[in-house]
Ligand binder design. Structure first.
Ligand SMILES: [Zn+2]
Length: 364
C-alpha cells in the first residue's frame, strides 16, 4: 500500500514537475545586431552610399543579400533563423508589426545591456564597459545555486572579456571562459586545445575580444563534452564590423552567425540530454543608430540603440513565429523568461526583475 501510494505520489509530482526538472537553457547573445537587418535584411538606405556603408564591392554584396522584398532579403541573410527557427518558436521586436522590445538601461552599450539581460533589471552602477565584476547576482548564479549544479553544469563562453565579468558576481563560481582563456586541462579535449590556441593568434579589431568562430566551436565542443544545464554563449563580431563601418562584412558576419545557430540547434537536437528538453534564447545587448551616418554607433542619444529583439525556440515555447500586435517587452524580461523554462520563480531571484515575456510558455 505504501509503495502504491508512493507511486501515485511520484506520478502526480511527475506530472507537475517533469516539464522543468530535466530542462536546459542556452542563451546566445549577438552583440549589437540591429532590428533593421534582422527583420529587413540588407538596408538599401545604408548601401546607397559607399561612404556611409563602407562596402568594398557593392556588386558582390548585392548579389549575396539584395532581394526585392524584405522577406526575401532577411531569408537570404539568415536562412536558418527565418526558415527554421522562427516558424518553430517566437520572435519579438518587429516594430513595423507592432512588437517592440527595448532596453530599460539608459546607457545603450554592451556591459549595461548584458547586465540587464543577466540580472533582470538595469543596474545603476554599470555605466561603462570596464572589465570588472559587479555585486549583483546573475540569472546564471541563481540557476547554479538553486539547482545545486556542478561547476561544469553552468557555463559562460564568450568572445569579449567583459562577458566573463558580467556572467557572475563572483569569480570561479562556475565555468567561465574569457576572451583568450584556454579550457583547463582537466576539462579539455585535443580539439578544444587546438581551437583555444588559435584565439590569441587570430587578430580582431580590438584586443579585448577573440574571434567568434573560435568561441563558437569552443562552446560547441564544451556543450558536447560537459553538457551544461545552463550556458551563455556570447558572440561579438557584429558590433566590430558595425563600428568599423564595414556593412559588407557585417552582412557576411550575420550570415555566418546564422550558420552557427543552425549548427548549435542541430547539435542540441542530436544529443539525448538536450533533444526536446532545451530552450534556446537569442538576443542582443543593444541596437545601433537608424540612419546611414550613425548605424555604426550606439550610445545614449543615438536613437535606435535602444531597439532590440528576442528569439526563443524550445519544447515549452509556442510556435507563434514572428509576433505582431504584441505587448511591449524589455531586455529586463529575459532573465525571468529563461527561469520559467527551468521551473524557477524569478521573484525569488530578483523581486524587481522584469516578468517573463507574455505568452512565451506553452501550456502542456
Ligand atoms: Zn559597440
Amino acid at each position: 500500500m505504501r509503495i502504491f501510494a508512493a507511486t501515485i505520489l511520484a506520478l502526480f509530482c511527475g506530472l507537475a514537475a517533469a516539464d522543468a526538472t530535466d530542462r536546459n537553457i542556452i542563451l546566445v547573445t549577438l552583440d549589437g545586431v540591429r532590428i533593421q537587418e534582422l527583420f529587413g535584411g540588407m538596408d538599401a538606405s545604408i548601401a546607397a552610399s559607399a561612404a556611409d556603408s563602407g562596402i568594398y564591392q557593392i556588386d558582390v554584396t548585392r548579389s549575396r543579400y539584395w532581394r526585392d522584398t524584405a522577406k526575401e532579403r532577411r531569408e537570404a541573410l539568415m536562412p536558418f533563423f527565418w526558415k527554421t527557427l522562427v516558424p518553430a518558436g517566437m520572435l519579438l521586436g518587429n516594430q513595423a508589426l507592432g512588437s517592440k522590445v527595448t532596453v530599460r538601461n539608459s546607457m545603450w552599450f554592451s556591459y549595461p545591456g548584458y547586465s540587464e539581460i543577466l540580472t533582470g533589471a538595469p543596474q545603476a552602477d554599470v555605466t561603462s564597459n570596464d572589465i570588472v565584476r559587479y555585486p549583483h547576482e546573475t540569472v546564471l548564479d541563481y540557476i547554479h545555486r538553486t539547482l545545486a549544479l556542478q561547476p561544469t553544469e553552468t557555463a559562460q563562453i564568450g568572445s569579449w572579456q567583459g562577458c566573463k565579468m558580467a556572467a557572475s558576481q563572483h569569480d570561479g563560481t562556475f565555468f567561465m571562459l574569457g576572451a583568450f582563456d584556454l579550457i583547463p586541462a582537466e576539462l579539455s579535449t585535443p580539439e578544444m586545445d587546438l581551437v583555444g590556441a588559435l584565439r590569441p593568434q587570430v587578430m580582431e579589431l580590438w584586443d579585448e575580444s577573440s574571434d567568434d568562430a573560435l568561441t563558437f566551436y569552443l562552446g560547441l565542443a564544451y556543450l558536447k563534452r560537459h553538457q551544461p544545464r545552463a550556458l551563455w554563449l556570447g558572440l561579438g563580431q557584429a558590433d566590430y564590423w558595425g563600428h568599423a563601418r564595414r556593412y559588407d562584412r557585417l552582412l557576411d558576419y550575420l550570415n555566418l552567425a546564422d550558420s552557427f545557430l543552425d549548427e548549435l540547434w542541430r547539435t542540441v537536437q542530436s544529443l539525448d540530454r538536450y533533444r526536446d528538453h532545451t530552450t534556446l534564447v537569442i538576443t542582443t545587448d543593444h541596437g545601433r543608430g537608424r540612419t546611414p551616418r550613425d548605424w555604426v554607433d550606439h550610445a545614449a542619444g543615438i536613437e535606435g540603440s535602444q531597439d532590440i529583439w528576442i528569439a526563443i525556440i524550445g519544447p515549452d515555447t509556442p510556435a507563434l513565429g514572428e509576433v505582431g500586435g504584441y505587448a511591449d517587452v524589455t531586455q529586463s524580461d529575459i532573465a525571468a523568461t529563461m527561469l520559467q523554462y527551468l521551473g524557477l520563480d524569478y521573484r525569488k531571484f530578483n523581486p524587481v526583475a522584469g516578468p517573463p515575456i507574455p505568452g512565451s510558455l506553452k501550456s502542456h
